[in-house]
Design a protein around this ligand. Structure first.
Ligand SMILES: Nc1ncnc2c1ncn2[C@@H]1O[C@H](COP(=O)(O)OP(=O)(O)OP(=O)(O)O)[C@@H](O)[C@H]1O
Ligand SMILES: *[C@@H]1O[C@H](CO)[C@@H](O)[C@H](O)[C@H]1NC(C)=O
Ligand SMILES: *[C@@H]1O[C@H](CO)[C@@H](O)[C@H](O)[C@H]1NC(C)=O
Ligand SMILES: *[C@@H]1O[C@H](CO)[C@@H](O)[C@H](O)[C@H]1NC(C)=O
Ligand SMILES: *[C@@H]1O[C@H](CO)[C@@H](O)[C@H](O)[C@H]1NC(C)=O
Length: 493
């Protein structure tokens, strides 16, 4: 990573100097009138720009090569390991015998080695598509498969910062489109290698026409399952259970990434906007900026993680690697972008000490990802089994009359927070006992119904109300009505 950063900085400098000299020569041309000489100079400079762009293209290509899957139908020579060994060679070029078939597959998007077989033909008309989201590099639009299933299409963002900066630097829209699309190809390959419930599902890809314009070589669209961009502000207003789910999903993802088949994967650009949810489940969607190995080092000082309010230094291992650097960077980013906002607020009373422990061990990088995942799964277990509620006395239900298969109509609702319903007070509970406890703590509450619906964790949805008009039969739901207070007999006189 350090190498490519340095290379990028060097290149940026090179490009800048070329641009400055270009400017100078064009000014000279303006004054001198010696157009023949200037024409040649300009051409020379344009050539230099082209070479600089080619250099970048080669760099991006080298980044991608180790991610290519070995092709089952091809010679055994082209196995993963061999590719990895050959990959660092500076002699790599388009004509290299090593991988031209694999390379074409990625460039042309016609791979038989790909597990995703969906191509352009599986897409319905996507003209006038609605934009789901966009960033510096990519834009994501809604589309439908021929069968009607909604999907997301990820394309190079022609209006994005990446593209416009490249065109400004190299004056070559076609070359730049190719350069930027390498990020998309890299992401596609990573999505292929890193399949997990908390990584967005790659459904296929397609080269050519999509998104307007003629059939231009190498244009690629990646077909993904459709998600909803993560809205932190909205998430802050949801019940703790849902916020916990996002954090748990994130930890499961980070555990997978730490032990991934590619090595310990670090997310270098870790932000909530790199994630979407699909039916409430968190999924990583932006994978173009990752590192699949821990940084090399000479001394501990090379293994420093810098954050705005905190720095950490890891030991440099005897074999010259900052072991665990990617994992620790991921954990701290999860702590600062997700846990601090989502986890402590309104945690169930019986679980707060465990939540506090997680906040401390991740905020101080004291626990590794295995321990962190264990702590999260432990909380989930307690929460699902209601073990954190052991202080609720069974007698609490004696104040209520239960009616099976009954519901109510003509309800007088009241609002509570954070309710699953806008109109009334709907909360998740472990049992009727917990619901009775909640009803007792709401002065307005006189009855509640266990609706038979469940949340993602299997907890029951309970609907609380002040009063109701009449009973209605309703399978699968249970009605609990508070017993009228028995008036105290007057004291004997
Ligand atoms: N499968 C999907 N379903 C719905 N929306 C998505 C999907 N994938 C991505 N998005 C949205 O599109 C946005 C842009 O995608 P992505 O993050 O891959 O582009 P990018 O250019 O790399 O962004 P950035 O500049 O943040 O790095 C995301 O922030 C997300 O909101
Ligand atoms: C300047 O270069 C262009 C090609 O870039 C060429 O067509 C033109 O003839 C050249 N003009 C002169 C005066 O050499
Ligand atoms: C982290 O390290 C940087 C660079 O050494 C330093 O400038 C910064 O003040 C440090 N921040 C904290 C919070 O220690
Ligand atoms: C963790 O706990 C220690 C000791 O109580 C405290 O000093 C520290 O600030 C805590 N750190 C975080 C990140 O909560
Ligand atoms: C962490 O979990 C991974 C994957 O489950 C396992 O292979 C590894 O041995 C564990 N490491 C430790 C230190 O427990």
């Amino acid at each position: 990573m350090g190498h490519s950063l340095r290379a990028a900085a060097l290149l940026a400098f090179l490009v800048l100097s070329v641009l400055v000299s270009l400017l100078i020569t064009s000014l000279q041309q303006f004054g001198s009138g010696s157009s023949r000489f200037s024409n040649a100079t300009v051409e020379k400079e344009l050539g230099a720009l082209r070479r600089a762009l080619d250099l970048q293209l080669r760099e991006r290509r080298k980044e991608i090569l180790p991610l290519l899957l070995p092709n089952d139908d091809d010679d055994d020579d082209e196995k993963d390991g061999v590719l990895k060994e050959v990959q660092p060679s500076p002699e790599l070029d388009q004509n290299s015998v090593l991988d031209s078939s694999l390379w074409n597959e990625v460039t042309l998007g016609s791979g038989k080695a790909h597990r995703d077989h969906m191509g352009c033909e599986s897409l319905m008309d996507v003209r006038g598509a609605e934009v789901l989201g966009s960033g510096y590099t990519k834009v994501v639009v809604k589309a439908n498969l021929v069968g009607g299933e909604p999907v997301a299409l990820k394309l190079v963002n022609e209006q994005g910062v990446d593209m416009s900066k490249c065109v400004e630097d190299f004056k070559d829209p076609r070359g730049c489109r190719e350069l930027v699309s390498y990020k998309l190809r890299k992401e596609m390959l990573l999505l292929q290698r890193l399949r997990h419930p908390n990584v967005i599902k790659l459904m296929g890809h397609c080269s050519g026409v999509v998104g307007g314009g003629g059939r231009e070589g190498g244009r690629v669209a990646v077909i993904l399952e459709q998600g909803t961009p993560l809205q932190m502000i909205q998430l802050l207003q949801t019940p703790w259970e849902d916020r916990f789910r996002v954090c748990l999903d994130l930890v499961r993802l980070l555990h997978f990434l730490s032990w991934s088949p590619l090595g310990p994967v670090g997310l270098l650009d870790f932000q909530p906007r790199q994630f979407v949810t699909v039916s409430g489940q968190l999924k990583l969607t932006d994978l173009d900026d990752v590192s699949a190995e821990d940084a090399a080092c000479w001394a501990d000082a090379d293994c420093t993680l810098q954050f705005p309010h905190r720095n950490f230094t890891l030991p440099c291992s005897p074999r010259g690697v900052c072991e665990g650097l990617n994992e620790k960077r991921n954990i701290y980013n999860a702590y600062r972008f997700f846990f601090t906002y989502l986890l402590p607020h309104q945690a169930p009373p019986g679980l707060t000490h465990l939540v506090d422990q997680i906040m401390n061990s991740t905020g101080e990088l004291k626990a590794d990802i295995n321990q962190t995942l264990e702590a999260f799964e432990h909380i989930l277990l307690l929460y699902k089994s209601g073990l954190h509620l052991d202080k609720l006395h069974p007698s609490i239900l004696r104040d209520y009359t239960v009616m099976q298969d009954m519901s109510t109509s003509g309800n007088v609702e009241y609002r509570c927070w954070p309710s699953y319903s806008q109109q009334g007070c709907v909360l998740s509970v472990h049992s009727a006992r917990e619901a009775a406890y909640i009803c007792n703590s709401h002065p307005q509450c006189n009855s509640f119904t266990l609706t038979g619906q469940k949340t993602w964790s299997g907890r029951l949805l309970a609907s609380f109300r002040s009063s109701f008009g009449h009973l209605v039969p309703s399978g699968a739901s249970e009605l609990y009505v508070k017993n009228p207070k028995v008036p105290q007999p007057p004291p004997p006189s």
